[in-house]
Design a protein around this ligand. Structure first.
Ligand SMILES: Nc1nc2c(c(=O)[nH]1)N[C@H]1C(S)=C(S)[C@@H](COP(=O)(O)O)O[C@H]1N2
Ligand SMILES: [Mo]
Length: 307
């Protein structure tokens, strides 16, 4: 067990420093689109529950190795506790499998810097966990304790939340023990420009957005449609080429396309493909779930063309 007091933070800073760019996405990103199908429990996130930063810190695998842990504890999990607690006094907690934590290629960090500065308070000062390619809920902030346990964290957020279910499951019938906790997230993309309901100039339209996939899978293509998905054009991916199996950061993308003459409205759609050729589902109803997580259907915005 490792209690994170000042001396430990100092020791982490003396360990070998790693810096990586990682996108962190909340399981509830784009939940508001699920609400349009049927009511769900949770904050009404649109496309903004995702962000990307440069994180620096010590690798968790190095810290665990120093503490004498080995990969032979195959079924074990690394449990994290935050220093924050809910109104009942229970600390925030989550866990990841030891196998990921011990894998140097997985680059799990105990991060003390964000974008070259000490972690801001809101993002977990003094130390937070960064688990590249994995759902935001496991990136525990204000880290207070790390422990290796035979089972997953017993926290509410590991066992009674952040799990996916069939659209037919409701709060009467849900059995949280029947589904695995969300770890790696599925392929995702969204349009950030233009906004839904906006009026764009005739002639040419510029469409921008983000695309990302979990588990280090690289985005290999983003398809964009101006006619609701009948015809498609391939967007230009900006930023750096991603490392194979370590594509932790999103790709921003854009497409400049002529607006077909006489068009009064456009139904803009985007969808991404990752290097496993995983694609996004076309509509949200078949992936609806009671907690509104894993919402990754084609993203659609409807705009008007100025006459
Ligand atoms: N200690 C603690 N860590 C936490 C949380 C929390 O409530 N307490 N929320 C988690 C969730 S659900 C998400 S999506 C991310 C959000 O990270 P950010 O605030 O840096 O964007 O933090 C995770 N880590
Ligand atoms: Mo979240």
């Amino acid at each position: 067990m490792l209690l994170l007091h000042r001396a430990v933070v100092l020791r982490l800073q003396q360990a070998c420093r790693y810096e990586i760019t990682v996108t962190l996405q909340c399981a509830g990103n784009r939940r508001s689109e699920m609400t349009q199908v049927k009511e769900v429990k949770g904050l009404e996130w649109r496309t903004g529950a995702i962000s990307t930063a440069r994180w620096a810190g010590a690798r968790l695998c190095d810290v665990l190795a120093q503490a004498g842990h080995q990969l032979c504890e195959t079924e074990a999990h690394v449990c994290f506790e935050g220093l924050d607690s809910d109104p009942t006094g229970t600390a925030y907690g989550a866990s990841i499998p030891l196998a990921r934590a011990m894998d140097p290629e997985a680059e799990v960090l105990l991060a003390y810097e964000m974008n070259g500065q000490p972690l801001p308070r809101d993002h977990g000062f003094p130390v937070r966990v960064v688990v590249p390619g994995v759902v935001g809920a496991r990136h525990v902030k204000w880290l207070g304790r790390v422990s290796v346990q035979p089972e997953e964290s017993y926290s509410h957020w590991q066992r009674r939340d952040y799990k996916g279910f069939s659209p037919s499951v409701d709060w009467e019938t849900v059995d949280f023990d029947s589904a695995p906790s969300i770890q790696e997230l599925p392929v995702q993309s969204a349009i950030t420009e233009p906004r839904d309901g906006e009026t764009v100039e005739s002639g040419e339209v510029t469409i921008k957005g983000y695309a990302w996939s979990g588990g280090g899978r690289a985005v290999i293509r983003v398809d964009v449609s101006l006619d609701g998905g009948l015809t498609w054009q391939v967007a230009k991916l900006d930023g750096e080429e991603q490392r194979p199996r370590k594509a932790w950061a999103w790709r921003l993308w854009q497409l400049k396309a002529p607006v077909p003459a006489g068009q009064k409205e456009l139904n803009i759609v985007c969808k991404a493909v990752d290097d496993g050729y995983n694609v996004q589902p076309d509509t949200v109803a078949p992936i609806w779930n009671l907690r509104g997580v894993l919402s990754n259907a084609w993203h659609r915005v409807h705009v008007y063309v100025s006459p």
